[in-house]
Ligand binder design. Structure first.
Ligand SMILES: [Mn+2]
Length: 355
């Protein structure tokens, strides 16, 4: 992946002219958000050592990412002005930053904003937009930027960036794991990224409350008529298990593992909203479009949305006479008969709807 000379020059000009540099990632930050925020922030602190470089995320860093050394230096509030140059990392659209109401000038091209992201749904709100959809993570783009300007990587910066690469590719398992991802990983390891620290912190640690919440999600998986594996957790599930909202991340990969499913959906209630996470393993299913119907977005194979409201679970019973049952079974194609049998008989199903 090569950044165009024009973009590199425009980025450099904005950086040179900002009195102060502020890096911002999206709210409810994941590994790519925090990794790219820290990696980019530390690179800029190195390069512009005489300048104030601030790191902003309006939500706290999740516990699972606190192993990243400089995560303590991320602030939850920074007063922005027109003299700042502001870099947004991993933010597909203004509302995901959580500062869109307070600072509308960041998003109407009047302030000096650099938008670095890899989401297909990115709205190109910056004065300079470095949006590379083929990249598996924003961290991959930050590394490309560092390469363009010949900025040296420390072990810490490499560890920050590798964290984002790992989380957004599910540990190099997702279909977005391209040859360039491996090149990125190779460059980061050569710079001293602490691979085992990342793997152990992200993929080999789960507290009890998280395991109990995952248990509830897995127990409630149902298969919908359109071939989706769906599960849901309510505020009650979070309360009963003591799990945090962030503990839900990752469980969808298990729901998505049900063979033969077109896509998977995990719904969760949080703060008066219903959040949906969508995944698919199929090239011909576009979950980004599905999420778009609920004003969400993301990637073709992984996307999400949030709508105001709460979850309501409906258990439906249907009484059928023996004649009806045999007539209906005769009309079923072979494959769906198998599906019906494996789901435990007809006339009983559960459905989840949201409003
Ligand atoms: Mn990302």
């Amino acid at each position: 992946m090569i950044l165009s000379e024009r973009i590199a020059r425009q980025t450099r000009t904005l950086l040179d002219n900002g009195k102060r540099i502020v890096c911002v990632c999206h709210r409810n930050p994941d590994g790519d958000a925090i990794g790219s925020l820290l990696g980019c922030g530390l690179l800029l602190r190195q390069e512009f050592s005489n300048r104030d470089v601030r790191l902003l995320c309006i939500d706290p860093v999740p516990e699972s990412l606190c192993f990243l050394l400089s995560s303590m230096s991320i602030e939850q509030s920074v007063h922005l002005t027109s003299e700042d140059v502001i870099l947004f990392l991993d933010c597909a659209e203004p509302s995901l930053t959580g500062i869109h109401h307070q600072y509308p000038h960041c998003f109407d091209q009047s302030w000096n904003v650099i938008n670095i992201d890899h989401h297909v749904s990115n709205t190109r709100f910056g004065k300079v937009n470095i949006v590379i959809e083929e990249s598996a993570s924003t961290c991959e783009i930050v590394l490309a930027l560092a390469a363009v300007y010949n900025w040296p990587l420390t072990c810490e910066i490499a560890t920050d960036l590798l964290t984002g690469v790992y989380t957004d590719t599910g540990g190099l398992l997702h279909s977005n794991t391209t040859a360039n991802v491996y090149r990125t990983v190779s460059a980061l390891l050569r710079s001293g990224a602490r691979h085992q620290l990342i793997v152990n912190s992200l993929f080999r640690m789960a507290n009890m409350s998280m395991l109990k919440l995952w248990g509830r999600v897995l127990e409630k998986v149902t298969v919908s008529d359109e071939g989706a594996a769906i599960s849901a957790v309510t505020e009650g599930d979070f309360r009963a298990t003591g799990a945090k909202y962030s503990d839900l991340a990752g469980v969808i990969d298990y729901v998505n593992a049900v063979p033969g499913m077109r896509f998977s959906l995990v719904l969760s209630e949080r703060d008066g909203k219903v959040k949906g996470s969508l995944r698919t393993l199929h090239d011909d299913v576009d979950v980004n479009t599905m999420a778009g119907r609920f004003h969400g977005g993301g990637h073709k194979k992984a996307a999400g949305f949030a709508v105001s409201g709460r979850l309501q679970s409906e258990m439906r019973w249907k009484v059928m006479s023996t004649d009806q049952v045999s007539a209906e079974e005769d009309s079923l194609p072979r494959s769906s008969k198998d599906e019906v049998d494996s789901s435990g008989g007809r006339g009983f199903g559960s459905e989840t709807s949201f409003s």
